[in-house]
Write a protein of this length. Structure first.
Length: 321
């Protein structure tokens, strides 16, 4: 099957992949059956012209239908035999059902989510795959080297480090608006075991991580001002959230009067472990236990941490007004 699969990938990017009845007949029966039964190949219009089956030079002639024949009869003109009758079976043709191929690939990769065509016949969102600690979106890109390759590639976007699968030639680097995504050839990671498409997950992960590494090296250059701003903003946000956490830790300490009790109550309330040491450090940052207990807003002692949080939010709005 893997030979037939390579034929499929080789013609996947052609404008109108077309297989004649004689070509299909030359494939192993099991391969042919799978391609037809899985819907990868679908029948399309019958051939309008064929090569003469009786002459050595295989001259190509238009197929003509014998008028008023029942059942229908077809022939081609031939300089040697005047006319050659052609069996309708021999005129049947098949093309590749691109959407089915996209679905089959997504199924083989056990992706999460459903297959969505982004640009019909050119780009599909196949779903997401777990790669180590992150989830990566996988896409299928067809004929990336066409004149409009860049405008099709622009749909992919830059977020979430997408993985782009391709059948034919590797997408040219010029089509990517920014960082080049990990581009993986289907022929390298997919095979056929006689009944279904199989994926070599180990190789896929290795190829993706190799592509990622390459891109990291390519982009290991000083960050632009916009990137720096983003990092600063992130840092600020982290500081703000830690301040908020401190105020909650202190409020719980005041309420329960004991670091151990405060830690236990917060752990229950938040659903994440809050240790006695975390309370202790927050108290130390706030000037020690005595200072915290005598603090101005000690009225919050009788309130729950949650209500105190809401009050703080309201206070902020008030001062802004
Ligand atoms: Zn002939």
């Amino acid at each position: 099957m893997n030979h037939t699969l390579s034929i499929l990938w080789a013609c996947f990017d052609t404008t109108d992949p077309l297989f004649s009845a004689s070509e299909l007949a030359s494939w192993p029966a099991a391969d042919r059956n799978w391609l037809l039964e899985s819907g990868v190949l679908k029948e399309t219009t019958a051939a309008a012209a064929i090569a003469c089956p009786s002459c050595q030079d295989g001259h190509v002639e238009e197929v003509l239908e014998l008028p008023d024949s029942n059942p229908r009869r077809f022939f081609i003109p031939c300089p040697e035999a005047v006319r050659i009758e052609v069996d309708l079976e021999h005129l049947r043709q098949w093309t590749v059902d691109l959407d089915t191929v996209a679905s089959r690939i997504a199924a083989a990769l056990s992706l999460t989510g459903s297959v969505k065509p982004v640009s019909p016949g050119r780009l599909w969102r196949l779903g997401t795959s777990r790669m180590g600690p992150t989830s990566r979106e996988m896409l299928l890109l067809r004929t990336p080297d066409a004149a409009d390759g860049a405008s099709i590639a622009a749909h992919i976007g830059q977020t979430g480090r997408p993985i782009v699968l391709f059948a034919g030639g590797e997408p040219p680097a010029s089509i990517w608006p920014g960082r080049t995504p990990a581009c993986i050839a289907l022929s390298r990671v997919l095979s056929h075991d006689g009944s279904t498409l199989q994926v070599n997950a180990l190789l896929l992960h290795e190829l993706v991580s190799r592509a990622d590494d390459l891109q990291s090296q390519m982009h290991a250059i000083p960050i632009d001002p916009r990137g720096k701003k983003l990092i600063v903003r992130r840092q600020l946000k982290a500081e703000l959230s830690s301040h908020l956490a401190d105020s909650n830790l202190l409020a719980a300490y005041r309420q329960h009067g004991s670091m151990r009790e405060a830690a236990r109550a917060l752990t229950t309330e938040r659903g994440t472990p809050i240790t006695k040491d975390m309370i202790q450090r927050a108290v130390a940052r706030a000037g020690g236990a005595k200072a915290v207990m005598n603090a101005e807003d000690s009225e919050s002692v009788v309130r729950t941490v949650a209500s105190q949080r809401r009050d703080r939010g309201a206070k902020v709005i008030k001062t802004r007004n």
